[in-house]
Each structure stands twice: as C-alpha cells, then as structure tokens.
Design a protein around this ligand. Sequence first.
Ligand code: NAD
Length: 479
Amino acid sequence: MSAAPVAYRCPDLLVGGRWRPATGEGRREIVDPADGRVLDMLRLAGAADLDEALRTADAAFQAWRAVPAHERCARLERGVARIRADVERIATLLTLEQGKPLAEARAECLMAADLVKWYAEEARRAYGRIVPARAPGSRMDVHKLPVGPVAAFAPWNFPLVLSARKLGGALAAGCSIVLKGAEETPAALAAFVDALAQELPAGVVQLVYGEPAQVSATLIASPVIRKVSFTGSVPVGRALAQLAGQHLKRITLELGGHAPAIVCADADLDRVVPLLAQHKFRNAGQACLAPTRFLVARPLLGRFVDAFDAAARGLRLGHGLDGATTMGPLANARRQAAVRDLIARSRQAGARVLAGDAPVDGCFVAPTLLVEPPADTPALHEEPFGPVACIQPFDTVDEAIALANRSDYGLAGYLYTDSARTIHTVSQRLEVGALAVNGIGVSVPEAPFGGCKDSGHGSESGIEGLEAFHDTRFMHYSA
Ligand code: NAD
C-alpha cells in the first residue's frame, strides 16, 4: 500500500444545517470491493430526515437566492480550495469504497473541484438581456433567476464528478440542493460536500443516503423541489422522469452510453491503441463515456486486436491503494456478477473472447475483448459498464456509421482519421451528444455534456449546465 492510512468511517447525514446521525431503520454495509472487507455500516435516512431536509432546503433557498453572484462565487471558490487541500484524504476514501486506483481517485477529486470552480465563475456571467422596446418609453428585459430547491441523485462510479456537476450548477445559480449520494460510496462524497458546506450558509447544501426509491419519491413529490437531476441507469431514469412528469418538475437525465470508437484505415495504431485502451479500462470500464464498441477498418483488424489485447493484458489488477495497480475491481459484487453474465451470454452468442487473468478475491473481472461479435450479441446492445470491449470490422464509412448508430444509446463517440471528408460525414450523421476526433476528451467543465436517444435529457456542465438551474423571466416596463 502506498497511500497514507486513512480511517474509514461512514458519514452521518448533512441535514438541517448540521451533520447528524440518520434516524431511519435501514442500514447498509460498505465494503472494500478489492478484498471484500466490511469498512463500516451506513445508516439510512428515514421519513423525518427527508422532511427536515425539505423544510431546510425551502428556507435556505430564500436566503441563498438573495446572495449576490459575486459572493456565491467567492464562497464556492473557498470551498474548492478546501477540497484541493484535502485531496489525498478524499481520494483515499474514494479508493477504499469504490475500488479505483488512487491516481484515478485523485484525478476525479480535482476534476470535481474544477467543475464547481467553473460553475462558480460562470455564475458571475449569468447575464440576462435587453430586448428592443416596441413602444416609446417602455423597456423589455430578460432575467435569469434560480429555479428553486433542487433534488439531485448521483451514482457510485464517479461519485465526486457526477455530484459536482449538480452541486456546482445548483449552488452557483443560487439554488439550494438536497443531494442523494450513492449508498455504495458515501464517505468520499461526504468529505467533498463538507468542504463546500463549511463556506456556505447552513442548509444550502444537504446530503442524504437512504433507500433510493423512497428518497426520490419523497423529494420529487414535494412542492418544495423545483428541479430534479439524475445520473444513473435508463430504467431508474425512466421511473424518475415519470415521477417528475406527474409533478411537473424540470428534470435533467444522464443515463449512460455505449460509445462507438471508429478507427479508420489511415489511423496510426501506435498512437490510437494505447489512448483507447487507457480510456476503455479507466475505472475498470465503469464510465458512461467509455468507448465500448470498437469499429475498426477491416485491413487494420488483426493488428488492432493484437495490440489492444496486449495493452489489456499489460494492466496490473489489484487494490487501488497499491501504487503499482493500473486497474481496480468493479465497484461491487452486483456489478461483477452482471459483467460476468454479459460476457458469458456474449460468448454463447458467438463472440470470440480474449481475456487475461484476474485476482480471485474481490470484485475483479479481467479486461475482456469480444472480437467480431454477431449482430445479436448482448454486449453490443446492453451497456457493458465494465472492462469489456467489443471489436467489429467495417468496410466503408457508411457501414461504420450504421453500426455505430445501431444502439439505443447516444452519449459519446470517438473517431480516428485524418480525412476531413470522413470527419465531416461522421460528425453530420453520428447520433451522439459528444464526439472526440483523434483524442478522447468529451467531458470538460466548460462544455456541455449530455446525450441523445436513451442516454438522457438535457446537458450538464458548460453554460447549458448552469442554464438548467435557471428560470427565465421576461419583464416589460411601460412608460
Ligand atoms: P441502478 O440503476 O440500480 O443504480 C444506479 C444509481 O441510481 C445508484 O447510485 C442508485 O443508488 C441510484 N438509484 C437506484 N434506484 C433509484 C431510485 N429509485 N431513485 C433514485 N436513485 C436511484 O444501477 P446499478 O446496478 O448501480 O448499475 C446498473 C447500470 O446503471 C450500469 O450498468 C450502468 O448502465 C448504469 N449506470 C450509469 C451511470 C452513469 O454514469 N450514467 C452510473 C451508474 C450506473
């Protein structure tokens, strides 16, 4: 182990402006997925906790919306400084409960801090506009106002970054927020939120853990909540969208992806394969933007498979706190079982399976290549959310685009070619919310991130992400 020891303790709830134990009956074991060790027991919120969170969010919103954007920004920036100063501890907690290598956990924490900082800065530029008047002496303005208290739900794969997209936007816009973190990974997010909360008026940010369906049903149905933001799976996204629709709440959804990576015949495999392999196996493949369907020009297929397989076998699987580890376990036993099952069903469907070894203990799954899978192979259609790469050949760019679009998802896409014509054609026709050309960058704080088709609804980050926490008001002054 190369990190300094950090004592793991499950957090209380941050409700009503203070950290205090949950009063619900529910408990949940928090397990280190690398070795199965029970780290601690998480106490879950009960109905009274959620009622208090809602009352507090309502009152805190009235105060926070009146704080000028400059001060909101300054407070959030001080919170960001606290996070950065505490990055080693937060990252170690994240590795213990989620499994990712410490270097990745550090990078996630700093990226999450950057997200909050960017939103904070952008809040100072949330301009309205003046519309040319129709009548002498009259004036017409458009104002941006905070939408109101937010209920946000974040998952366990990137608990900090995916929460920061919601926390940063809501708080910068002047909204209060009740965040339900993922029960699987509660401690790192609690440390992150605590650093922010120390710089904010009490109650503006609250953090709860509970029975997910109970928490979302209670918060979304409450008249206090004006905006819902969820990142997670398609089935849960659908359920929350229904609830939001029933109560006419605005909702932003980020529901995963099954990203195509199109490798054209002119691609430089010596550069592209290491880049794609690193991107594929980051966080053991548990990333919505990870490339999952590799579409390779037929003449390159053999070389691509050999090089990708070598890169996959070169990964060192182990505990994330071991400095030599380059890929950790899956985040929990449920995911390990699901990915193993997907691989088994895909093998049965006729895919050629190439895989190395994985440690026997813990929730590990070896990096696995599914080569030339038949069209009905389950892994081509279900989001793998694990270290699984489907590799298919194509003969023409039209065929690559058709294969890439043969998915219900439409989040990220990747393209490798120097042909301006191919870049133009693919960018016109690929059904994705973000396209990286000759690189892997599809998510930065200053640009919108969101998908089409089943991948979601609306965008986070960028000015679009801030806009999602604003209401627009038209004001007409007559002479
Ligand atoms: P899941 O749908 O059971 O849970 C995903 C997250 O949603 C968890 O953090 C969970 O606490 C939360 N959740 C579940 N039910 C909820 C509810 N009724 N209200 C509010 N929150 C709720 O999925 P899982 O088994 O954890 O993962 C399965 C799949 O989900 C993955 O294979 C992947 O496709 C998808 N997923 C996507 C992302 C993403 O970044 N878009 C993140 C995590 C999981």
